[in-house]
Design a binder for this molecule. Structure first.
Ligand code: SAM
Ligand code: FES
Length: 328
């Protein structure tokens, strides 16, 4: 699509239902009816960065910090595998405690099992990414967050847009299935820049794209900002499906936080992936990126059963393979 076409659709709410239907059809034609489940482990909420929207940023002194060490982390992963997950996603703040050797050790341990492994641990050097890849990591998630460079600079003190782009290009060149995405509804974000975000996903040839509405957190500088709009986030997601027909697109947890049926609506509007939380109960509430996060009092077992029932009751099935972009 041309940029202007995307902009026109984002501004016009009269044809939303048609857009969601079309994205659903493109999803069915290109990646089928199966939904991929990825077990998400939130293993550390310690972060050295100060992303203005994020509850984990280092300036937030109200949050109780935790880090899950290797042995416990592996037992959480083993439990997720027992529950049937074929992909494990390890996510954390940028926590330097986990140096390259520690992450490599964890990757090797997990890759002894027959699962795909995704990392979502932030910006690292080329050499670090290379070491993760050599150790067996398959995929990496790093959202660009916004392609509006001015807004990016405002939202990310002491960080650089160029480095974010570099990281994504390095991940791609190393052969990771690379995931990116954006936040929808950041203060002063424009519709035009959301169109640029979608074109950026296309240009990068992202293998996965996660779109989430911004949700203000009371212990961040954006505490008084308005939340992003669920329907606008859904439109950005649907347009991403139309522009990148064969990629993996999650129905994000942030969508469900703003709309109690958000993930199912997303699965009917272009999404084909869900990432249920498999972290033990005691840590869930502490990984408070934004308030009102779903499932913080639930167990991995409950989350698995709940989402599986919801998916099956809508006539979709769960994919039993690892669920790479290209077929297996
Ligand atoms: N540190 C890693 C990174 O930066 O990629 C992963 C963890 S970070 C918490 C994961 C994602 O949470 C970010 O990419 C961001 O889009 C999302 N996020 C952070 N704060 C948010 C908020 N207030 N509302 C919605 N999503 C948010
Ligand atoms: Fe580091 Fe959000 S600021 S995870």
């Amino acid at each position: 699509m041309k940029k202007q076409e995307i902009i026109d659709i984002l501004y016009d709410d009269k044809s939303n239902e048609q857009l969601f239907k079309q994205a659903d059809q493109v999803r069915a034609d290109n990646v089928g009816n199966e939904v991929h489940l990825r077990g998400l482990v939130e293993f550390s909420n310690i972060c050295k960065r100060q992303c203005k929207y994020c509850g984990l940023q280092s300036c937030n002194k109200e949050i109780e910090r935790y880090r899950i060490l290797k042995e416990e982390l592996i037992s959480i992963v083993k439990n997720a595998i027992k529950l049937g997950y074929r992909t494990i996603v390890l996510q954390s703040g940028e926590d330097d405690y986990y140096d390259t050797d520690k992450i490599v050790e964890i990757i090797r341990e997990i890759k002894k099992y027959d699962v795909a492994l995704t990392l979502s641990i932030g910006e690292k050097s080329f050499d670090e990414y290379e070491a993760y890849k050599k150790a067996g990591a398959d995929r990496y998630l790093l959202r660009i967050e916004t392609t509006d460079q001015k807004l990016y600079a405002l939202m990310h003190p002491n960080a650089s847009f160029e480095n974010r782009i570099n990281c994504l290009q390095n991940l791609k060149s190393l052969g990771f299935e690379t995931g990116t995405g954006c936040l929808v509804g950041l203060p002063n974000q424009t519709i035009e820049s959301l169109a640029d975000d979608i074109l950026f996903f296309k240009e990068l040839d992202a293998d996965m794209v996660g779109i989430g509405p911004f949700i203000p957190h009371e212990h961040t500088p954006l505490k008084d900002s308005a939340a992003g709009d669920f329907w606008l986030a859904l439109k950005v997601m649907a347009l991403t499906r139309l522009n990148l027909p064969d990629i993996n697109i999650p129905a994000t947890t942030a969508m469900e936080t703003l709309n109690p049926n958000g993930r199912i609506i997303a699965l009917r509007s272009g999404a084909n992936v869900v990432m249920p939380n498999v972290t033990s109960k005691e840590y869930r509430a502490k990984y408070e990126i934004y308030p009102g996060k779903i499932c913080i009092n639930d167990s991995p077992e409950l989350c698995r059963g709940c989402i599986e029932n919801k998916i099956k009751s809508r006539g979709r099935t769960i994919r039993k393979e690892k669920g790479f972009r290209k077929n297996n």
